[in-house]
Every structure is written in structure tokens, then in C-alpha cells.
Design a protein. Sequence first.
Length: 844
Amino acid sequence: MVDNLKDILARQKETLTELQNEISRIEASDLVTENKSLKTELLQCQDSLKKEKDYNLKLSEENKNLRNAIYEQLYNEKIQILNSTNKKLEAYYSSNIQGELNRLIRYENSVKKRIDEMAGILRQNRVDISDDIYKRLEELQKLLNAKVTAAREELQRNAKTFEEARFAEFEKLRNEQVTEHEIKERVKQNNIESFIGLNIINKLGILLLIIGVITASQFTYFKLPDVLKCVFAFLIGGLLLVAGEILNRKKPNVFSLGITSGGIAILYVALALSFFRFEVIEKYPALGLCVLITAGAFVLSQRYNSQTISAFAMVGGYLPIFSITGSKSMIYGAMIYFVILNVLALSISINKKWSITAYIGFWLNVFGSFYITIIMMEERSYRGPVLIDDLMTILYITFAFAIYTLIPVVGTLKKKLAFKTSDIVLLALNTIISAVLLYLVFYAVNLSDYTGVLAVAFAAVYMALGRFVEKLMPNEKKARALFFITGLTFVVLIIPFQFGRVWLSLGWLVEGVAILSYGIYKEIKAFKRTGAIVSLLCLLAFVIFDLTNISSSLFVYKYLAITIGSIAVMGALIYKKDLIGKQIKLFKYAVTLNIWFFAIYIIEAKLNKLLSEFLVRSGFDIDYLITAAVVLVSFVLAYIIPKIKVLLDRVMKVLSVIIYVVGLIILFALNFNSPVIGYLNEVPLTISIIGTIELAVIALLSIFVVKDLVLTLVTEKRLGIEWYPLIISFYFVVILTQNLITQFRLEMNNAAISIIYLITALAWITFGFLKRYVLIRRFGLGMCILAVAKLFIIDLSFLSQGYRIVSYFVFGVTLIAISFVYQYFNKKIDTISGVISDDKKDNS
């Protein structure tokens, strides 16, 4: 029992101890004091809010009074102008009205005087006063008085009407209130004067003060040691900074911010003079001071929200650039110094989107970069190896490029604003200038073999920026387009920079075909457009650089690659069934024609050499064989085109017909030459047989071509079906006649030709009766008459007696056969009245 009580007592003591500790902790936290402090702060905030409200009310009242004063002033000025204008108009109108009245009076007096003169002349000539002419003169005078009176009344009436209208208009203008637009325009006029007198003059004065400090440090007759010169410069900068701060504490304005800006700029000038010009400060202290001044400029520009301070900080920081001379270590110090200035520009852009500061910093940075690059490259040998100095120069230019690429992007992203036109222009200028400078340095330091790698780096940066903007700022279409177009430009430049002009078309072909095919396969419009642009550049390079140098050993491979590339793209389009659209159709036609041209080129350029080597003493004509191969390829291509149904359309059919016709024309011209050197009847038998077989094969192939061509025209309803057999057989006769005359040296007066014509006529007549084609039957009859006429007029006079007898028998038998055909089909002639069309045949 006692133990339990002791345990309870011990626990109670522990609880009491914990309570005491909690009380001590609460007392230590001093919640009451903190609460009182918060209440006091709340009262202060309320009091401050009340003061701000009172101040705002006071400003509103002042603004109201000022607006009323401006309104009254503008209204009084307006009334004065109206009154003055009214008086001038009244005087002008009165003078003009009086002038018109005076003219009217002068005219009246003049006419009356002439009437009186005429009456006097009549009296002098003793004309009777009762004569009719006196009555006419009196009537004329009365008419004059009436007209003049009417003119006066009309003039007075018009004058009164005008006066009333003018008075009403002026009263309306007097009663018009002064508009808000008029007040703003007047305030704007006053603001322009204030801007020039306060803003521009202030900044111009500060700029002259900065230049004065720099100039004062240059003259040797300035009787101060270098250290005191630097102290003097720092002192001026510090005094301006203090004066500006005192004025800004009262109320920041244009004047006070200009003073502060001048102080920051002169401090930069003093630092640059101390380190670069007089070398009175070591590298690391100078670097520390530069960081401090930069930090101070950043803080002040953000504190007072002043673009002026940041702009003058940039100007002052870059102005002493001409003092940078001497050793390479001094140049490295300048690089670090300018890097800090660029970091200042970037830090300002993160918090404030100030375009003027960005542009000032950019152009000064460009000037500084060129200046440093020139100094670093002055003593360098063009053919020398790459040095550390060269790499540091490249690194510095790259850093500056990165900073001014980030400034518009980061500022826009941080403030969640839209890209301005000034941002786009800044990005474009930075890209162009930085790229030009970097490429110049690469060529200067003998790194021309790696310019393609530099283009790859630029392309990667801009493609990444394009994706970044596309993902985080989807509405920024202009910036996204700029980044992607710039990236594409550098992608295109990879080939010429890395591989040279020789591989320009081939490199762009690979890029263009790959991008375009991927875009077609994935159905991405951006890739399609990009691939099309690169492919067009490839074609342009091929035309400019390669087509003018066909003799190059690489030309055939480049042409082959372009042809294969175009076929690959066409294959992708066929696979995706994307053959709709004007551009795609034009591409399809161009690919078809290019395949034909390429095949002809290969035959002319490569097959010619091959045949010349193997058939040099064979007796065959190489030119004939090459031309025959061209004809053969043309026929094959023209035959294949209509068979590819996925590509077939009206234009493709026309292309097929054109290629057929061109092939036939070439073949017709070719048949005037022999496949062997000489004539077939003059060469060895083996060569003659091979040549004859070659002629026969080409002739038969051309007949099939004509058949296909005519069939195409018939199916397109361009020709009637009755022309189909006629044209084919007529072509056969022509091609046979041509070969007999040109290849076997038969004369036109040879009876064999007449016999061939007669047999052809028999075949035509028979076929015409069988198929009920009146046209071909009549052509056969005409051919028969022509053959007989040729026999009697031409052939018989050149034949011997034996051949004449044979000719008589052959012609006689053939003509009898023709008459038999007519006799056999005589019953059907009466039922055939004309050519039976396809429709009639189907109906029958």
C-alpha cells in the first residue's frame, strides 16, 4: 500500500515538473510580446495605409484641379482661335462681297453709258425720235435695270444665308467641349518638350561627363600621377552616385536617376582605366571591384526600376575598350571583364524585360568581341597550329552568343510575356553576327576542317530552342519559326562547310530525302516542308555546280543518287497513298521524265564507251546501236507508265504517248542508217544476218509500240476503232519500205516494192470485209490502184523481160484474188453503208 502511494507521488512530481517546464518554455517563447509586436505592426500598417489613402486622395484632387485648369486653358485658347478665325473670315467675305457689288455697279454704268452713246449717235444722225429703235433702247435700259436689281437681291440673299450658316457653325464649335483626345495631344506636346529638355539633355550631359573623364586621363599634361588620376575618376563616380542616392531618397525622377546612372558608368570607366590603362590595380582586386560595381548596378536598377541605370552601366562598362592594349594577360582580363558585363545584362533581363538595355549591351558586346578578336589574331600565323589563345577566343565568342540568345528567351519566359518584334530581331542579329565571327575565327586559326561541326552545333542549339519554345510557349509561333528555320539553315550549311562544294548536291540529297521521306511516313508537315526545301537546294546545287561539269567522274554517281532519291520519295508517297495535290503531281511527272532522261544519259555516256571497247573491229555501227538502245528504253518506259495504276492519270497517259512518239521519230530517223558499217548486202554473211535480225526486232517492237499507241488513242475516244488496223498495217508497210530502200539498197522502181504494196492491199481489203471496216477496205483498194499504177508507170521500164513476165503474173493473180474477195463478199456490200462504230457493233 505504501509503495503504491510512493509511486503515485513520484508520478505526480514528474507531472508537476513537466508542467513547470512547459510554463518556462511558453514564457521563453514570449507569445505575449510577439502578439504585441504584431499588433503594433498592424497599427503601423493601418496608419501607413491611411496615409497612402489620404495621399492618393490628395493626388486625385490635384489631378482633378490640373485637368480642370488644362480644360479651361484649352477651351479659352479654342474660343480665342475661333473668334480670330471668325473675324478674318468676316473681313475676307465682306471685302469679296463688296468687290462683287462694285463690279456689278461698274457693269451697270458701262452698259448705261453705251446706251446713252447710241442714243446720242442716233440724234446726231437726225433719226426721228418716234422711230422704233428708240423704243428698243428704252426697253434695253429697263431690262438692264431689272437684271441688275435681281443680281443685287440674289447676292444679298446668298450673303445673308451664308452669314446665318457661318454663325450657326461657329456657335456649334463654341459650344463643343474639349475632348479627351485633344487634352492628350496637348499633354503629349508638352511631354515632348519635357522629354527633350529633361531626359535627353540629362543623358547627354552624363555621357559627355563620362567622355570627359576618359579624355582627361589620356593627356600627359594633366599634372597628376596615374594613381591620383584613377582616384579622381573614382571620386567623380562616387560623388555622382551619392548625389543621385540623396535625390532618389526624396523622390526618384528622371534627373536623379540620370545622376545615379552617370555615377555607375563613371565607376566602370575608372575601373577600366585603373586596370587596363594605368595598371595601378592588380587583376584580382580589379575583378573584385568589377563584381561589386556590377552587383551595385544591378541592385540599383532593380530598386529604382530604372532602365536608365542599367543602360548607362552598359555604356560605361564598354566605353574604355580602346584602353585595352598590351600583353595577352591583359586581353584575358578584358574577356573576364566583358563576361561579367554580359552576366549583368542577363541578370537584368531575368527580372526586367528592357529592350533598350538589351540592344545597347548587344551592340557594345559585338564591338567588344570584334575588337578582342582582332587583337588576338594580329600576330597569329595563318598556317600555324591551333593555340590556347585561339580556343579562348572561340570560347569567349560562344559565351557571348549564348548570353544574348538567352536574354530574350529567359526574359520572356520569366515574365510570361509574348515575344516582341524587337526580341525576334535581336535573336536574328545575334545569330548572324556570332556565326560570321565564329566562322571567321575558325578559318583564321586553321580550323576550316571543322566548320561543319560548328554548323552542327548551331543547328542543335536552335532546334533545341525551337522544341523548348514549342513545348513551354506554344503560342509563340514567330519565335518558334525563327528557331526552326535557323536550325534548318545550319543543317543545310553542314554539307558545304564540312565537305565542300563537290559534295554539295549529294549531301543535301541525303538530308532532303531522309527528312522528306520521314515527314511523309509520319505525316508531319514541318518535316515535309523542310525536306522539300533541302531537296530543292540539292537540285539547285546540282544544276549550278554539277550539270555544268558533266565530264566529272562523279557526275554519273550524283545523277544516279538524285534519281534514286526521287524514286525513294515517290515510293514513300505511293506507300502512304499521298498522291493528291498539285505539287505532288508535278513531282510525279518530273520523276517520270527524269527517269527517262537518266536512262538516255546512261546509254549515251556509259554504254557508248562499253560498246566501243568490245565492238571496236566487229563491223557494227556503234552510233546505230546506241540510238537503238535509246529507242528501246523509251519504248519500255512508255509501255510501263500506263501499267502502274496508282500513278496513272491523264497527264501520265500524255507523257506515255509523247515518249512513244519521240521514240518512233528517233527510230524513223535511225532507219536511214545501217546497223553495220556499210550496207547489209555488202558485209560478211554473219554480220549481215545479225544486223537483219536486229532490224527485224526493232521493227517488230516498233509495230507493237504503234499498236499500243493507237489502242491508247482509241480507248481515249481520240480515234475510231476502224483506224486501229489501218494505222498499224500502214506503219508496217512504211517501215518495211524504208528498210528495204535504205538497208538493202533497193530502188523505188523495184517491182518487189510494188508487189508488197499489192499484197498489202489484198490483206486490207480482206480484213475490211471480214471485220466490216469500210475505211480499211477502201484504203486497200486505193493501195491496189497505186501499186498497179507504179508498176506500169515506173517499174516496167526498169525491168528485164523475164522479170516483167513474173510481175505480170504476180499482179494478175493478186488482182484476180482481190476481185474474188469482192465477188465473195458482194452480197454484204449492199448492207454496209458506212463504218460500223463500236456502239453499233455492241448493239448488233
